[in-house]
Design a protein around this ligand. Structure first.
Ligand SMILES: Cc1ncc(COP(=O)(O)O)c(C=O)c1O
Length: 437
């Protein structure tokens, strides 16, 4: 029987030390956040049968989700677009794995913890909707995507279509190949936000030529949260023999889709963003038939093998972090992907609708579900975004990030499942005060 999120969460308590008193047990469970988890289970049971949309504004339900995180009273984190805190159950599992392995790391790390790799691959494949033979466990999106960028056999004159609004690490990797090997980078420059998929996809498609080998698309543009029509671009590219590489740093476990539904060849993501796994976790998808021709970034015994595991020769690394990804998957499935997506859309639109009433405020993210989810951007006419960032931090201890990249300028605000409406009301108040000052 497939495991459920709840099983996975409770699974970490199964091998607690023998001979524990009730009091010890209580404090052990408390440390791992199980009492708030119990409140969450009760809340989930009450939510049975309700639609994800009707739960999106249920503050009681989401308050129990909030209780699953250790938050600081000193700061309201609205930069989940950077990285997300992990819930208590994930941090508990990570610490437990570390405590287990540290006394004899070579034994516990390589002979015990590493045994979790294949079940983890299956769990990741399940939520990605693909075969586990197409999933490699990585440390972040940069590693996953640079494996593809540097691993593809390309020659001078081969063309890559990509956009100025892609992520800097990826652009730098492509520019390095351009500098060393003479491949040609063909640039798209997007006007964002947009609610026109034909415009967005057309910017890429019109640049395809007989020399185009790959198109690089960022699924969610990190600067302003724009969701891109990856499928539309891929459907135009693949019949022409053009490979499709998707930067999914911000889409995986944020809103619902399966990787095969994108019709891409390669997909990389960071699990420490929307899956809320520990920092230093990521994933690479390679379409099965593409595996042999892609060279690994870290050498493998047979670089031309058709085994996805050839991308995991990363050397000694913190397996205690990697193996806690399972609890993050459990937490994600327990909340439910559809509920999470609806709540995140609701939170973004909640603050943006209120800020839209401020005469000098400008919004740079769509409020429509197909073009944006949790990430939103705002600017105040005639004012610098960095000044708004500093104002919110100094006056209200709200942490956001000012963006100045290519043609995108504004303040990026990213709530998460633990964000309360009270915190968003404070954000709206702060932006209003700044705009009037
Ligand atoms: C679109 C995009 N791609 C790639 C990355 C890199 O992610 P990481 O630092 O986890 O490798 C980020 C990070 O924010 C991103 O937003």
């Amino acid at each position: 029987m497939p495991s459920t999120g709840g099983d996975r969460i409770l699974g970490i308590f199964r091998d607690q030390p023998a001979g524990m008193s009730d009091l010890d047990r209580r404090s052990f469970l408390d440390k791992l956040g199980v009492f708030s988890a119990t409140a969450l289970f009760a809340s989930l049971a009450r939510a049975e049968g309700r639609s994800p949309a009707s739960l999106a504004d249920d503050e009681t339900f989401w308050a129990h989700v909030r209780e699953s995180f250790v938050l600081t009273p000193d700061l309201i984190d609205m930069n989940n677009g950077g990285v997300s805190p992990a819930p208590k159950v994930v941090i508990g599992a990570m610490k437990k794995n570390l405590d287990l392995s540290n006394p004899a790391p070579s034994y516990y790390m390589w002979r015990i913890l590493d045994k979790g790799r294949e079940p983890l691959r299956k769990d990741l494949a399940r939520i990605a909707g693909c075969s586990d033979e197409e999933i490699a466990i990585q440390r972040n999106t940069s590693e996953a995507l640079e494996t593809v960028i540097f691993g593809l056999p390309l020659k001078a004159g081969d063309e890559i279509v990509l956009s100025k609004q892609d992520y800097p690490n990826m652009l730098n990797a492509w520019k390095q190949r351009e500098m060393r090997e003479g491949i040609k980078l063909v640039w798209v420059d997007l006007e964002l936000p947009s609610e026109d998929n034909d415009y967005l996809a057309g910017q890429y498609i019109k640049r395809f030529t007989d020399r185009t080998k790959l198109v690089h698309v960022t699924h969610v543009i990190n600067w302003n949260g724009q969701i891109m029509p990856v499928r539309q671009i891929a459907d135009a590219a693949r019949p022409r023999g053009i490979d499709v590489l998707v930067d999914g740093a911000h889409s995986f476990a944020h809103f619902q889709f399966t990787i095969p539904s994108l019709n891409c060849d390669y997909f990389g993501t960071s699990l420490h963003k929307w899956l809320t796994a520990c920092i230093g976790t990521g994933m690479l998808y390679v379409r099965k038939e593409k595996i042999p021709e892609l060279y690994p970034l870290f050498s493998a015994p047979d670089p031309r093998a058709d085994d996805i595991r050839k991308f995991e020769h990363l050397g000694t690394r913190p397996f205690y972090i990697e193996q806690a990804i399972s609890q993050a998957i459990g937490f994600y499935e327990m909340i439910g992907a559809a509920r999470k997506e609806k709540r995140l859309q609701f939170l973004k639109n909640y603050w943006m609708e209120r800020v839209a009433g401020i005469p000098t405020a400008r919004l740079h993210t769509s409020m429509k579900a197909s073009f944006g989810c949790a990430i939103g951007m705002v600017s105040v006419e005639g004012r610098k975004a960095i000044d708004l960032e500093n104002f919110l931090l100094e006056k209200y201890r709200i942490h956001t990030v000012a963006i100045n990249w290519e043609n995108i300028h504004g303040l990026r605000v990213t709530p998460n499942v633990y964000t309360s409406l009270k915190d968003l009301d404070l954000l709206v108040k702060g932006i209003g005060e700044f705009a009037r000052s």
